[in-house]
Design a protein around this ligand. Structure first.
Ligand code: ADP
Ligand code: 5GP
Length: 217
Protein backbone atom coordinates (compact mmCIF):
# COMPACT_ATOMS: atom_id res chain seq x y z
CA UNK A 1 0.00 0.00 0.00
CA UNK A 2 1.20 3.50 -0.72
CA UNK A 3 1.79 5.67 2.35
CA UNK A 4 0.49 9.04 1.23
CA UNK A 5 2.56 10.82 3.88
CA UNK A 6 5.87 9.56 2.59
CA UNK A 7 5.10 9.62 -1.11
CA UNK A 8 3.73 13.07 -1.81
CA UNK A 9 5.15 13.83 -5.27
CA UNK A 10 6.09 17.40 -4.37
CA UNK A 11 8.28 16.09 -1.56
CA UNK A 12 10.35 13.74 -3.67
CA UNK A 13 14.09 14.20 -3.36
CA UNK A 14 15.51 16.29 -6.17
CA UNK A 15 18.95 16.50 -7.68
CA UNK A 16 20.41 19.97 -7.04
CA UNK A 17 21.20 22.14 -10.04
CA UNK A 18 23.88 24.70 -10.81
CA UNK A 19 22.16 27.84 -12.09
CA UNK A 20 24.47 30.21 -13.98
CA UNK A 21 23.60 33.85 -14.72
CA UNK A 22 26.01 35.62 -17.06
CA UNK A 23 25.86 38.91 -18.93
CA UNK A 24 28.06 41.69 -20.19
CA UNK A 25 28.92 43.86 -17.22
CA UNK A 26 26.02 46.22 -16.42
CA UNK A 27 23.23 44.21 -18.07
CA UNK A 28 21.73 43.30 -14.71
CA UNK A 29 22.87 39.87 -13.54
CA UNK A 30 23.79 41.00 -9.99
CA UNK A 31 20.41 42.70 -9.60
CA UNK A 32 18.62 39.56 -10.84
CA UNK A 33 20.76 37.36 -8.58
CA UNK A 34 19.87 39.43 -5.52
CA UNK A 35 16.16 39.30 -6.40
CA UNK A 36 16.33 35.53 -6.84
CA UNK A 37 18.16 34.95 -3.54
CA UNK A 38 15.60 37.12 -1.72
CA UNK A 39 12.64 35.34 -3.31
CA UNK A 40 13.77 31.73 -3.20
CA UNK A 41 15.22 30.05 -0.12
CA UNK A 42 16.09 26.87 -2.02
CA UNK A 43 18.90 28.50 -3.96
CA UNK A 44 22.14 29.81 -2.46
CA UNK A 45 24.84 31.97 -3.98
CA UNK A 46 28.29 30.64 -4.78
CA UNK A 47 30.62 33.35 -3.42
CA UNK A 48 33.64 33.63 -5.72
CA UNK A 49 37.23 34.46 -4.91
CA UNK A 50 38.67 37.46 -6.70
CA UNK A 51 41.95 39.35 -6.82
CA UNK A 52 40.22 42.64 -7.67
CA UNK A 53 39.88 45.21 -4.87
CA UNK A 54 36.48 45.60 -3.20
CA UNK A 55 34.15 48.32 -4.52
CA UNK A 56 32.49 50.68 -2.05
CA UNK A 57 29.87 48.73 -0.12
CA UNK A 58 31.20 45.29 -1.00
CA UNK A 59 31.73 42.99 1.97
CA UNK A 60 34.41 40.31 2.14
CA UNK A 61 32.77 36.88 2.32
CA UNK A 62 29.40 38.21 1.14
CA UNK A 63 29.94 39.64 -2.35
CA UNK A 64 33.33 38.01 -2.90
CA UNK A 65 36.20 36.53 -0.97
CA UNK A 66 38.81 39.20 -1.70
CA UNK A 67 42.28 37.77 -1.91
CA UNK A 68 45.76 38.38 -3.32
CA UNK A 69 47.34 36.85 -6.40
CA UNK A 70 49.71 34.42 -4.58
CA UNK A 71 46.87 33.00 -2.46
CA UNK A 72 44.65 32.68 -5.51
CA UNK A 73 47.39 30.91 -7.48
CA UNK A 74 47.98 28.50 -4.60
CA UNK A 75 44.28 27.67 -4.40
CA UNK A 76 44.19 27.04 -8.14
CA UNK A 77 47.27 24.78 -7.88
CA UNK A 78 45.64 22.88 -4.99
CA UNK A 79 42.53 22.24 -7.08
CA UNK A 80 40.32 24.29 -4.77
CA UNK A 81 38.37 25.87 -7.65
CA UNK A 82 35.59 24.33 -9.69
CA UNK A 83 36.53 26.87 -12.36
CA UNK A 84 38.51 30.06 -12.56
CA UNK A 85 39.29 32.70 -15.19
CA UNK A 86 40.97 36.02 -15.92
CA UNK A 87 38.32 38.74 -16.24
CA UNK A 88 39.12 42.44 -16.72
CA UNK A 89 42.75 41.86 -15.70
CA UNK A 90 41.87 40.13 -12.44
CA UNK A 91 41.37 36.51 -11.42
CA UNK A 92 38.00 35.16 -10.41
CA UNK A 93 37.28 31.63 -9.20
CA UNK A 94 34.48 29.46 -7.85
CA UNK A 95 35.50 27.55 -4.71
CA UNK A 96 34.65 23.86 -4.95
CA UNK A 97 33.89 22.87 -1.33
CA UNK A 98 30.97 25.26 -0.58
CA UNK A 99 29.24 24.29 -3.83
CA UNK A 100 29.50 20.60 -3.02
CA UNK A 101 28.20 21.23 0.51
CA UNK A 102 25.20 23.17 -0.77
CA UNK A 103 24.32 20.56 -3.38
CA UNK A 104 24.66 17.78 -0.79
CA UNK A 105 22.29 19.71 1.50
CA UNK A 106 19.66 19.64 -1.27
CA UNK A 107 20.12 23.28 -2.23
CA UNK A 108 20.47 24.65 -5.75
CA UNK A 109 23.46 26.92 -6.34
CA UNK A 110 23.47 30.26 -8.15
CA UNK A 111 26.59 31.45 -10.02
CA UNK A 112 27.21 35.02 -11.15
CA UNK A 113 30.15 34.15 -13.42
CA UNK A 114 31.31 34.97 -16.93
CA UNK A 115 31.17 32.85 -20.11
CA UNK A 116 34.53 31.19 -19.37
CA UNK A 117 33.23 30.05 -16.00
CA UNK A 118 29.94 28.85 -17.51
CA UNK A 119 31.89 26.81 -20.06
CA UNK A 120 34.18 25.21 -17.45
CA UNK A 121 31.28 24.47 -15.11
CA UNK A 122 29.45 22.79 -17.95
CA UNK A 123 32.50 20.63 -18.65
CA UNK A 124 32.61 19.63 -14.96
CA UNK A 125 28.94 19.13 -14.20
CA UNK A 126 27.23 18.90 -17.62
CA UNK A 127 23.54 18.04 -17.19
CA UNK A 128 23.32 19.59 -13.71
CA UNK A 129 24.20 23.04 -15.12
CA UNK A 130 21.57 25.49 -16.38
CA UNK A 131 23.06 28.48 -18.20
CA UNK A 132 21.16 31.76 -18.59
CA UNK A 133 22.57 34.74 -20.49
CA UNK A 134 21.23 38.24 -19.90
CA UNK A 135 21.35 40.81 -22.70
CA UNK A 136 20.78 44.56 -22.37
CA UNK A 137 18.05 46.05 -24.59
CA UNK A 138 20.70 48.20 -26.34
CA UNK A 139 24.37 49.18 -26.10
CA UNK A 140 23.36 52.75 -25.16
CA UNK A 141 21.26 51.44 -22.26
CA UNK A 142 24.14 49.22 -21.12
CA UNK A 143 26.42 52.25 -20.88
CA UNK A 144 23.72 54.27 -19.12
CA UNK A 145 23.36 51.49 -16.50
CA UNK A 146 27.09 51.34 -15.87
CA UNK A 147 27.09 55.09 -15.21
CA UNK A 148 23.94 54.89 -13.05
CA UNK A 149 25.52 52.15 -10.92
CA UNK A 150 28.24 54.68 -10.15
CA UNK A 151 30.68 52.04 -8.93
CA UNK A 152 33.40 52.35 -11.54
CA UNK A 153 35.58 55.16 -12.86
CA UNK A 154 35.02 56.44 -16.41
CA UNK A 155 38.14 54.52 -17.52
CA UNK A 156 36.81 51.24 -16.09
CA UNK A 157 33.41 51.86 -17.67
CA UNK A 158 35.06 52.51 -21.04
CA UNK A 159 36.96 49.23 -20.65
CA UNK A 160 33.78 47.31 -19.73
CA UNK A 161 31.99 48.82 -22.75
CA UNK A 162 34.79 47.88 -25.09
CA UNK A 163 34.55 44.28 -23.87
CA UNK A 164 30.76 44.14 -23.93
CA UNK A 165 30.51 43.26 -27.60
CA UNK A 166 32.88 40.32 -27.35
CA UNK A 167 31.06 39.10 -24.22
CA UNK A 168 27.73 39.37 -26.05
CA UNK A 169 29.28 37.16 -28.76
CA UNK A 170 29.17 34.25 -26.29
CA UNK A 171 25.37 34.22 -26.14
CA UNK A 172 25.25 30.88 -27.99
CA UNK A 173 27.06 29.06 -25.17
CA UNK A 174 23.93 29.30 -23.03
CA UNK A 175 20.70 27.33 -22.65
CA UNK A 176 18.53 30.45 -22.29
CA UNK A 177 18.97 34.05 -23.44
CA UNK A 178 16.87 36.84 -21.91
CA UNK A 179 16.69 40.55 -22.74
CA UNK A 180 16.65 42.59 -19.54
CA UNK A 181 14.48 45.51 -20.57
CA UNK A 182 11.95 45.60 -17.75
CA UNK A 183 13.65 44.18 -14.63
CA UNK A 184 10.49 42.65 -13.13
CA UNK A 185 9.51 40.96 -16.40
CA UNK A 186 13.03 39.60 -16.80
CA UNK A 187 13.08 38.37 -13.20
CA UNK A 188 9.78 36.54 -13.74
CA UNK A 189 11.33 34.75 -16.70
CA UNK A 190 14.36 33.76 -14.63
CA UNK A 191 12.03 32.23 -12.05
CA UNK A 192 10.05 30.40 -14.72
CA UNK A 193 13.24 28.87 -16.10
CA UNK A 194 14.34 27.75 -12.64
CA UNK A 195 10.91 26.30 -11.85
CA UNK A 196 10.78 24.33 -15.10
CA UNK A 197 14.37 23.08 -14.77
CA UNK A 198 13.66 21.84 -11.24
CA UNK A 199 10.78 19.76 -12.58
CA UNK A 200 12.84 17.96 -15.21
CA UNK A 201 12.40 14.22 -14.93
CA UNK A 202 16.09 13.46 -14.54
CA UNK A 203 16.32 15.76 -11.51
CA UNK A 204 13.55 13.98 -9.60
CA UNK A 205 15.53 11.26 -7.87
CA UNK A 206 12.59 9.56 -6.12
CA UNK A 207 10.40 9.32 -9.20
CA UNK A 208 11.13 5.71 -10.14
CA UNK A 209 10.15 4.46 -6.68
CA UNK A 210 7.10 6.68 -6.60
CA UNK A 211 5.87 5.47 -9.97
CA UNK A 212 6.60 1.85 -9.03
CA UNK A 213 4.47 2.24 -5.90
CA UNK A 214 1.71 3.93 -7.90
CA UNK A 215 1.67 1.05 -10.37
CA UNK A 216 1.67 -1.52 -7.55
CA UNK A 217 -1.32 -0.01 -5.75
P1 ADP B 1 25.81 43.41 -13.70
O1 ADP B 1 25.77 42.60 -12.43
O2 ADP B 1 25.36 42.62 -14.87
O3 ADP B 1 27.13 44.07 -13.93
P2 ADP B 1 23.94 45.17 -12.29
O4 ADP B 1 22.92 44.20 -11.80
O5 ADP B 1 24.91 45.72 -11.30
O6 ADP B 1 24.72 44.58 -13.56
O7 ADP B 1 23.12 46.35 -13.00
C1 ADP B 1 23.77 47.52 -13.47
C2 ADP B 1 22.91 48.73 -13.14
O8 ADP B 1 21.72 48.71 -13.95
C3 ADP B 1 22.44 48.78 -11.68
O9 ADP B 1 22.46 50.13 -11.25
C4 ADP B 1 21.01 48.25 -11.75
O10 ADP B 1 20.20 48.78 -10.73
C5 ADP B 1 20.56 48.73 -13.13
N1 ADP B 1 19.57 47.85 -13.77
C6 ADP B 1 19.55 46.50 -13.84
N2 ADP B 1 18.51 46.05 -14.56
C7 ADP B 1 17.85 47.15 -15.00
C8 ADP B 1 16.66 47.36 -15.81
N3 ADP B 1 15.97 46.34 -16.33
N4 ADP B 1 16.27 48.63 -16.05
C9 ADP B 1 16.98 49.68 -15.54
N5 ADP B 1 18.09 49.55 -14.77
C10 ADP B 1 18.53 48.31 -14.49
P1 5GP C 1 32.74 42.24 -11.25
O1 5GP C 1 34.17 42.67 -11.14
O2 5GP C 1 31.91 43.24 -12.02
O3 5GP C 1 32.13 41.83 -9.95
O4 5GP C 1 32.75 40.92 -12.15
C1 5GP C 1 33.35 40.91 -13.40
C2 5GP C 1 32.96 39.65 -14.14
O5 5GP C 1 33.54 38.50 -13.50
C3 5GP C 1 31.46 39.38 -14.19
O6 5GP C 1 31.13 39.00 -15.52
C4 5GP C 1 31.26 38.24 -13.23
O7 5GP C 1 30.13 37.45 -13.59
C5 5GP C 1 32.55 37.48 -13.43
N1 5GP C 1 32.84 36.58 -12.30
C6 5GP C 1 32.61 36.78 -10.99
N2 5GP C 1 33.00 35.72 -10.27
C7 5GP C 1 33.49 34.82 -11.14
C8 5GP C 1 34.04 33.49 -11.00
O8 5GP C 1 34.16 32.93 -9.92
N3 5GP C 1 34.43 32.88 -12.15
C9 5GP C 1 34.31 33.46 -13.38
N4 5GP C 1 34.70 32.75 -14.43
N5 5GP C 1 33.80 34.69 -13.55
C10 5GP C 1 33.39 35.36 -12.45
Amino acid sequence: MVDSNTHKPHELARRGLLFVLSSPSGAGKSTLSRMLLDADEKIALSVSYTTRPPRPGEIDGVHYHFTDVPTFKQMAADGDFLEWAHVFGNRYGTPKAPVEEKLAAGCDVLFDIDWQGAQQLYQEAGPDVVRVFILPPSIEELERRLHTRAQDSDAVIADRMSRAKSEIGHWDGYDYVLINDDIQACFNKVRQILAAERMKRRRQKGLIGFVRDLAAT
